[in-house]
Design a protein around this ligand. Sequence first.
Ligand code: SF4
Length: 696
Amino acid sequence: MIQPTIGSGGTHCPYCAMQCAMDLVVEDGRLATAARDFPTNRGGLCRKGWTAAEPLSSSVRLLTPLMRDSRGAPLRPASWDEALDAVAAAFRAAREKGGPDAVGVFGGGALSNEKAYMLGKFARVGLGTRNIDYNGRFCMASGAAAGNRALGMDRGLPFPMTDLPGAGAILIVGSNPAETLPVIVQYLEEQRRHGGQLIVADPRRTATAQMATLHLQLTPGTDAALALGLLHVALRDNLVDRAFIEARTTGFGAARRIANAYWPERVERITGVPIAQLVQAAHMLGEASTAMVLTGRGPEQQSHGVENAHAFINLALALGKVGRPNCGWGTLTGQGNGQGGREHGQKADQLPGYRSLANPEHRAAVAAVWGVDPDTLPPPGPSAQELLESCGSPDGVRALLVMGCNLLVAAPQTERLRARLEALDVLVVCDPFLSETAATADIVLPVAQWVEESGTVTNLEGRVLLRHCLSPPPEGVRSDAQVLKALAERLGRGAYFTADHRELFEELRRASAGGLADYAGITWERIEAEQGVFWPCPSEEHPGTPRPFLDAFATPDGRARFFAVEHRPTAEEPGPGYPMFLTTGRVLGHYNSGTQTRRVAALNAGDPEPFVEIHPDVARSLGISEGGMARITTRRGEAVLRARLTRAIRFDTLFVPFHWGGRGGANLLTNPALDPTSRIPEFKACAARIEPAGNG
Ligand code: SF4
């Protein structure tokens, strides 16, 4: 039994990017969470937050390292020294055979800023490998790329969430915050109470769509056509802001010419959205004095995800609804530290502070902080999916370290990935639990959970937050930073690393100074005193930047850029043999791959198993009944799931949540086709068929 010791100060939820403030308390002898009043969650928590303490004292928590004596042998307990020595020996052996790039590192968007920073540095300085990327590539990469290109900076919401209620109209595209960021709903409800219009575009009538003034139930994969149709109507009906376009943007002409060809009849044919609704939505957005356009994984997790995001940025820019209070385009970040986790170097092409690994000046600046020769830093490496594809191949990654990610649930085409991981010389997984990925590993290292160490995270609005260590990890468990430090020491690079999170943050401040995500002026004391600090914050005198685009965009000339994008079909359209669209997403009760939430009794009671949503008329025609089992097949595999019949979904679409592994795993089915710019896989639309699979 783990005996808790409660420290002082508060923490923030381990799950979604709202990062609600909470305390850890003892209730009836057990650890529990309690809501804390804070400017973001304003005292609110969702059911995941209320039960977030349960995994801390889970009976299936790992309390000792595990390793196999040979491939195929069972995992057995090991001492830390034995396990770490084995990891270091395996990394050395891989490097001797294949060079530094034979070792790969895969991180996660739930890692704290300090750990994400350290992981990137460990790959480049500790291992010298170019092979590092993380699961945010599966999540935020398209929105990030489009934001960088169009606005000069990737900050999920470039405004505080307290701006939401003041928006006269909000368009949410392919996101269901009522289930994925539940506490943000209070801001949407406030916006509605103030008379604001809420428009939701989604193939499903989700909980968020049910709150909306107008629901645009588009065909999966047609997001760009919808955005182009809205822009077409805005142009036709004189709703665009020509003064704003003239003063603050470039490239409008080419974008306008494309939108001119997306007349409403054409857009209705492509998207399935009735003309009247298209016109109504354009007028709601264009006639409101303030408005926001928010995209989520729906348009972004596609093989044209970056173009889709650009299409909606174009719309917001044309309406003049960017760069002023209660306005803006934003991308709704999902993972707990999805924002901070993508800023400080665990991406394949990135150095801390959003610096580029391909830029000699950026390399020199960061190398100086790290005390290394910039020429020793490896070049940018392959993206997450490409890194995983190279695993186990003779000239690819032979040894892989995974930290903060459950790949065999979260990555596309999981059975193919399993084969790749099994072909590695060694797979090392750091996790508090024996996740699906850890269960296949050669060495498993048990690491601390969120409230067992101090550190910072950055929420979806760019506010840097501090989590206090409120309960020490149980005996036998170490922090991820201790693991990396111990490995660096065994590899002869220990002098470059500290495992102290506060020292890591101070180093991160220096390494990010002068970058776009500049944390130089942010201290743990300021975060505490000011209830979070918004980056960029270049000095301790600087107040932080809640709205970075009020005066200028972060582009070289200060102007936002239109990108001339067309609608393009998804990589795989329904057709003979696979007549339906399959789309994937989340449910209220679970977070990401479910490694933590599937171990919480109350959450499992509400959402105990994977399922497929199907329209009842389609289900009846196929002989599928409510609660019966159904088999979904795509060109990559099949999954067997319980059917839920609902009129909330389109006739041509199936929906499967991705929180589970096993034979109900959504990612047995998904398409690894990549966006050419962001390299995000196409989780949100592929071709599928469904048939009854008995009643078990
Ligand atoms: Fe808040 Fe998200 Fe945690 Fe729910 S899961 S309590 S919305 S941070």
